[in-house]
Ligand binder design. Structure first.
Ligand SMILES: Nc1ncnc2c1ncn2[C@@H]1O[C@H](COP(=O)(O)OP(=O)(O)OP(=O)(O)O)[C@@H](O)[C@H]1O
Ligand SMILES: [Mg+2]
Length: 286
């Protein structure tokens, strides 16, 4: 279980999703590489959960194709897509122990007891809950409960792990710890992971690549470094927030002493710093 497992890339081809004729995702193309940790980032209502649910098979797509490991899955039931999902509200069974919660899906799938126990123990160890297997959820902290929910997904040994804002209910310190734990977990199991959040810091610290969504369209899909330093649009720059981006019109003196035609330019500089001649000179333009 600690060996990296086979992973599968995800292909989104002309994916569109409408509710009652209203398009939420008007047509989206992207390749999420095998083993990559992708963060889907965007404001509330931009279609993040809808896109994730389409990949999971919890929502039927209106048009297009979804591939996982090169295989078309848009007609498949969620259980046949070799993926597991972790939600914001982790809803553990209160009457079951940690071990029973983690192993429930394996029991339903009639995995033999000995194998089930071994996989539960390995998954619990991955999220550092090995000493808590006999506890019930009421006797766990919020972070521990969320880790049970993650172990419950990991124990199924999915090729793809989907997370929908799994850390939103945790306090700031716990969120920070869990981000690091999830990053470590990802390095250990290597499953292709898709993580939805509207938290820029979460995206910047966890992602191999960030897909910035705005009204169901991809504004930019690139590394945190590229998104931070080379935002593709004012929306991306504004949403990433720091460095703050201001739009202004700039003109330059032409060699003959006249002026070049004014052109809009976006200038970034660190938030909280006054715009002075020296900060302006060191600011990046795009
Ligand atoms: N079952 C549904 N029926 C009709 N409209 C829906 C349905 N589910 C979502 N929507 C609409 O689709 C849009 C995208 O919703 P979605 O839940 O994907 O947003 P989100 O980016 O996950 O937002 P948040 O950050 O608030 O979770 C919203 O305008 C929402 O009202
Ligand atoms: Mg959502």
């Amino acid at each position: 279980m600690h060996d990296p497992r086979p992973t599968a890339g995800i292909g989104l081809h002309g994916l569109s999703k409408s509710y009652g004729g209203a398009p939420v995702i008007p047509g989206l193309d992207a390749e999420l590489r095998a083993g990559e940790f992708t963060v889907i980032l965007g404001p509330s209502g931009c279609g993040k959960s809808t896109l994730l649910n389409c990949i999971a098979g919890l929502e039927r797509i209106s048009a297009g194709r979804i591939t996982i490991g090169g295989r078309e899955v848009q007609e498949d039931e969620p259980k046949d897509r070799r993926l597991a999902m972790v939600f914001q509200s982790y809803a553990l069974y209160p009457h079951m122990t940690v071990a029973e919660n983690i192993g429930y899906a394996l029991k339903v799938a009639r995995v033999p007891r000995a194998e089930r126990m071994a996989r539960i123990a390995a998954a619990a160890k991955l999220v550092e809950l090995g000493d808590y297997l006999g506890r019930r959820p009421a006797a766990l902290s919020g972070g521990q409960r969320q880790r049970v929910a993650i172990a419950r997904a990991v124990v199924r040994e999915p090729e793809v792990l989907l997370y929908d804002e799994p850390l939103s209910n945790l306090d700031a310190k716990l969120r920070q710890d869990m981000r690091m734990e999830l990053a470590r977990l990802h390095r250990r199991i290597g499953a292709t992971s898709v993580f939805v959040t509207h938290d820029q810091v979460e995206a910047m610290t966890m992602a191999d690549r960030i897909m910035v969504l705005n009204k169901g369209r991809i504004e930019q899909f690139d590394t945190p470094e590229a998104i931070y330093h080379r935002p593709a649009s004012t929306f991306v720059a504004g949403f990433i927030g720091s460095p703050a981006m201001k739009e202004m019109t700039a003109g330059r003196r032409a060699p003959d002493g006249g002026r070049w035609p004014a052109a809009p330019a976006a200038i970034c500089w660190p938030r909280g710093k006054a715009m002075t001649a020296s900060t302006a000179a060191s600011a990046t333009t795009s």
